[in-house]
Design a protein around this ligand. Structure first.
Ligand SMILES: Nc1nc2c(ncn2[C@@H]2O[C@H](COP(=O)(O)OP(=O)(O)OP(=O)(O)O)[C@@H](O)[C@H]2O)c(=O)[nH]1
Length: 385
């Protein structure tokens, strides 16, 4: 809404000019989120639109991102920034760009590893966004920043809006992907997950294909609305089922508020901070532990992986993802586990790269040594050479 239109509601037309400045300064000190949003919306947007793509571990962010990269329907040249938590970066290897860090067929990807951009690497975020804007012959039409599964989007939005980037990009959208299949389970109620939903402009329910019937979907929608009344909710299955234009650079969408206050799903006082916190604090807030495993020397043995790892995983494991090299199998195995469901797919090894196994396991209060022992026991030993 235009500021002048709002002022005209309240004062005679001849007083508009003189009242406009006063009106603005009153709104700026207001704590009412709706008023702040209206003021933000009154400014013209500049630069390249950016989506902050958030959502809990395994919610379906990378799947949606691949759908965006693979779809010509939106007609936009999209660049992506992927932030991984651990020292091993699986996600950017699963994106549909041939080589991260290189401009490929209209899509560019930059990975930001080993730290969460909402708390530790804000300077890197500024640098990476600048790099992605300068990567091709011309800037991309749209940038998507995929956050880690435990990130709080608020500090990321602040960095984009309050740093030197404000002249080059604007926050088009905070999109939170929510795993509809797991949302109602008690262990999926996390501080990070609630904060992500509260800061989102749109909530995209993923995995609705795993729910049985419209009533099951409705129960999930009601849970979301209980915590965030008037939420804009869309649903998708593996990123399909929604016109991407509803997600990308919608003309006239408001800019994301810099300071929208938020309330949690259960109504409790907000404990989320928009101030940077230390990475360990950030993970331990929900009791998450991350274990990273890599083996380049030897392949794994598939039967042992099934018996000693998959079937013995403790219930505390929330998420696991791996790119695995199995003895006797020419293809790469992509292992994905979310909650109690896992999926294994095979694809080609990237050309020119040595084979190796990489796995990240994330869970609440995990016993790191136990997980590491389980994985080490899958490595092919001397007796099998
Ligand atoms: N059935 C079904 N599976 C899905 C859907 N979306 C994602 N998945 C699967 O869920 C798993 C995790 O998906 P990702 O896209 O990697 O999730 P993510 O949010 O990027 O995960 P993190 O990187 O750990 O935060 C993969 O096995 C996906 O194939 C969906 O809509 N339906």
């Amino acid at each position: 809404m235009d500021v002048r239109e709002r002022v005209e509601d309240r004062v005679p037309p001849e007083d508009v000019e003189s009242n406009e400045a006063r009106h603005n300064s009153q709104v700026l000190v207001e704590t009412d989120a709706a008023a702040v949003d209206r003021l933000e919306g009154a400014f013209p947007t500049r630069g390249v639109p950016v989506m902050v793509l958030t959502g809990m571990l395994g919610a379906g962010k990378t799947t949606l991102l691949n759908r965006i990269l693979q779809s010509p329907e939106h007609g936009l040249r999209v660049a992506v920034l992927v932030n991984e938590l651990g020292e091993i970066d699986i996600d950017s290897q699963l994106l549909d760009v041939e080589q991260p860090e290189v401009d490929v067929e209209g899509a560019a990807a930059i990975r930001l590893s080993n730290g969460c951009i909402c708390c530790t690497i804000n300077n890197s975020l500024v640098e990476a966004v600048k790099r992605v804007l300068n990567m091709g012959e011309r800037p991309p039409d749209y940038v998507v920043i995929e956050t880690t599964g435990v990130a709080d989007p608020a500090p990321i939005v602040s960095t984009l809006q309050e740093s030197e980037l404000d002249d080059h990009v604007y926050v088009d959208h905070v999109l939170c992907v929510v795993d509809a299949y797991h949302l109602l389970e008690p262990e999926y109620d996390t501080v990070a997950g609630r904060s992500q939903m509260q800061h989102a402009d749109t909530i995209l329910l993923s995995k609705v294909d795993l729910l049985e019937g419209a009533e099951a979907v409705q129960r999930v929608v009601e849970r979301v609305l209980a915590g965030k009344p008037n939420a804009r909710i869309l649903q998708a299955s593996r990123g399909h089922g929604i016109p991407l234009r509803l997600l990308l650079d919608v003309p006239g969408r408001r800019r994301v508020s810099k300071s929208a206050p938020h309330v949690h799903v259960d109504g409790e006082a907000c404990a989320c901070s928009t101030e940077p916190s230390s990475p360990s604090e950030h993970l331990t807030l929900d009791g998450f532990v991350s274990v990273a495993f890599e083996c380049r020397e030897q392949p794994l043995v598939l039967s042992r992986f099934r018996r000693d790892f998959v079937s013995r995983l403790p219930p505390e494991v929330y998420r696991a993802k791996g790119l695995l090299w199995f003895d006797g199998y020419p293809l790469r195995f992509v292992f994905q586990l979310c909650g109690r469901r896992f999926q294994v797919e095979q694809d080609e090894w990237p050309a020119g790269q040595p084979r190796k196994s990489q796995m990240v396991v994330i869970g609440r209060r995990l016993d790191r040594e136990q997980i590491m022992r389980m994985l080490l026991s899958c490595i092919r030993g001397d007796e099998q050479r």
